[in-house]
Design a protein around this ligand. Structure first.
Ligand code: SF4
Length: 305
């Protein structure tokens, strides 16, 4: 047995990987095997290991085409027992990091922007479970809206009252019973229009909606309008008119003219709330005038009073 062969046998018995001599400035493929820690042994029990000698190039290793891909070492021989070779490769990998962390994330949609993407079914479901303002804690149920979703007429009131809160439908109490004949007076059945409110939940004791409540609930109504694309809007009562037109002008001064709502410039006419007309029946004449004005605005969208 030659010295190199004997040497290899010793090292194999010790479990120490072999480092081979460099050939032509290249490291043999065996040299890239990661050295394993030497077993904790009593040196006295270890077999004697010959000093490395300048051996003849290993013809097998020298012929390996893989050699050409391996970086050269500085020394002809690396010490075979120098198992202290640093094999701790620091991998610059954060294992806790999600592999997709570096991928661009789409910016989250704002609540209003997300609502503006919903269809009727999703919108109604969103309203039903809405807890975006304090009215969710006092409502019996939400009052989404009712009517023909292809309607040309959109009637917008203020907020659900006690009857609406109980039944889940707008304009079903005494005021609602007056709205129906008002619509019939201009040739419309209730089923032919769409009816909604500024707020989808009843304010306690029928108080006026706060500005915050109206603002928070507004995306729902705006989406209803976008989906419906009405040809005429009838704003019923002071609260509805002032909220839609973003003004505090008294209702008496908002009546009698055709307003335009939003980028689509939908004609909008203001009239009294039926609840007010129940208390002030002499004003019904003015409400009748408002309805006829709305009917004219629908027939002639370019008309101005
Ligand atoms: S009033 Fe509108 S914003 Fe407030 S909880 Fe009801 S649906 Fe949501």
């Amino acid at each position: 047995m030659t010295d190199p062969q004997r040497r290899r046998q010793y090292l194999a018995e010790l479990g120490i990987p072999l480092w081979l001599p460099r050939h032509d400035g290249l490291l043999s493929t065996a040299a890239v095997e990661a050295p394993t820690p030497a077993p904790a042994s009593d040196p006295a029990l270890l077999p004697a290991v010959p000093e490395p000698v300048a051996a003849a190039p290993d013809p097998v290793a020298a012929d390996s085409p893989l050699d050409r891909d391996i970086a050269p070492l500085d020394a002809d021989w690396e010490p075979c027992l120098d198992v202290g070779v640093d094999i701790d490769v620091e991998l610059d990998i954060d294992v806790d990091r999600d592999v997709n962390d570096d991928a661009p994330h789409p910016a989250p949609l704002s609540r209003a922007a997300r609502i503006a993407t919903l269809d009727w079914t999703a919108l109604e479901a969103e309203v039903r479970q809405c807890q975006s303002c304090g009215l969710c804690t006092t409502r019996t149920q939400t009052v989404f809206g009712v009517g023909d979703r292809q309607a040309r007429w959109l009637v917008i009131g203020e907020a659900p009252g006690a009857d609406e809160d109980r039944q889940g439908e707008p304009f079903v109490g005494r005021a609602g019973k007056l709205l129906n004949p008002m619509l019939q007076a201009i040739g419309l059945r209730r089923e032919q229009v769409y009816i909604a409110n500024i707020l989808k939940c009843r304010p306690p004791d029928n108080r006026d909606p706060t500005p915050d409540e109206a603002t928070t609930c507004r995306p729902f109504l705006e989406r209803q309008i976008a989906l419906l694309q009405p040809r005429i809007i009838l704003a019923v009562g002071r609260i509805a008119a002032q909220n839609l037109l973003a003004t505090d002008t008294p209702i008496g001064k908002l009546r009698g003219r055709i307003h335009r709502l939003g980028p689509a410039r939908i004609p909008l006419v203001v009239t009294y709330h039926p609840a007010y007309l129940l208390r002030s029946p002499r004003e019904k004449r003015k409400a009748w005038d408002d309805l006829r004005l709305a009917r004219r605005a629908l027939a002639n969208p370019a008309a101005t009073p």
